[in-house]
Design a protein around this ligand. Structure first.
Ligand code: KIV
Length: 272
């Protein structure tokens, strides 16, 4: 009789909150397709984010604004089919929740039903209070996102560090408390001073995941194309590159082209 293979347990929002209590850091990465999500999940990541950064890295748009709800659902469902263990969070795209709480609920329900993801993420604080509350009323787990919120890039005008000034920092702290009280299970803080992020993480009971927010938070998230060095055009200070996949892939493609042109591929063993 073969021994049962012990699989890691499914990561839930409850597991994340236990990790925060134990001081165990949470790892989170984006994925947008089945094959990448399968690798990331099997490597042991805690949370897979189907980010609206798909608009940039998958579709080549300048900002995250153009991606649609249907496209996010396509990416979300592809990722969910691959992931066995990690918690899967899908971004609500721009225009699918701001300013209309009924639409926010409808968009969230579509994501949960049509992707089978575990949770949704949205950007903003008190200004989207009604939408946040309505989504919670349907029992959908919500992750917040404050600081540099790329869906508001046309309001900010630049991708520079947010909340350096006291007034903006104060609003961010208020928004973070609002999101926790409203029922968010976690919060992403993007590109804000490390000291402020550390303060928010220590004041909140829910896990706070940073991107460009220093090391005093409960976990880190990066866009997978950036950390693998597939996307070479984006190199902010907070990014650590773990590989140069651009060079690896273009080297392999170059070798293939050479083999095809020289007639070396396919050889005897590679044909029928
Ligand atoms: O869309 C995304 O990838 C994100 C992360 C940068 C947090 O929201």
């Amino acid at each position: 009789m073969s021994a049962a293979i012990e699989r890691p347990r499914k990561v839930t929002t409850h597991v994340l909150s236990e990790m925060k209590m134990k001081g165990e850091k949470i790892s989170m990465l984006t994925s947008y397709d089945y094959s990448m999500a399968s690798i990331v999940d099997q490597a042991g990541i805690d949370v897979v984010l189907v980010g609206d950064s798909a608009s940039n890295v998958m579709a080549g748009w300048e900002t995250t604004l153009p991606i649609t709800l249907d496209q996010m659902i396509y990416h979300g469902a592809s990722v969910v089919r691959a992931v066995k263990t990690a918690l899967v969070v899908v971004d609500l795209p721009f225009g699918s929740y701001q300013g209309n709480s009924r639409e926010a609920l409808h968009s969230s329900i579509r994501i949960m039903k049509e992707t089978a993801a575990d949770a949704i993420k949205l950007e903003g604080g008190l200004e989207i209070a009604e939408s946040v509350k309505r989504i919670f009323s349907a029992g959908i787990p919500v992750m917040g996102h404050l600081g540099l919120t790329p869906q508001s890039i046309h309001k900010f005008g630049t991708y520079t560090v947010r909340a350096r000034q006291e007034e903006e920092a104060k609003k961010l702290i208020e928004d973070a408390h609002f999101l926790e009280e409203a029922g968010c299970f976690g919060l992403v803080l993007e590109k804000i001073p490390a000291k402020l992020a550390t303060q928010v993480a220590s004041e909140l009971k829910i896990p706070v995941i940073g991107i460009g927010a220093g090391n005093g938070v409960d976990g880190q998230v990066l866009v997978i194309h950036d950390m693998l060095g597939i996307n070479q055009s984006f190199s902010p200070r907070f990014l650590r590159r773990y590989h140069n996949l651009f060079a690896e892939i273009s080297g392999a493609v170059g070798n293939y082209i050479e083999d095809v042109k020289s007639g070396d591929f396919p050889n005897e063993r590679e044909q029928y």
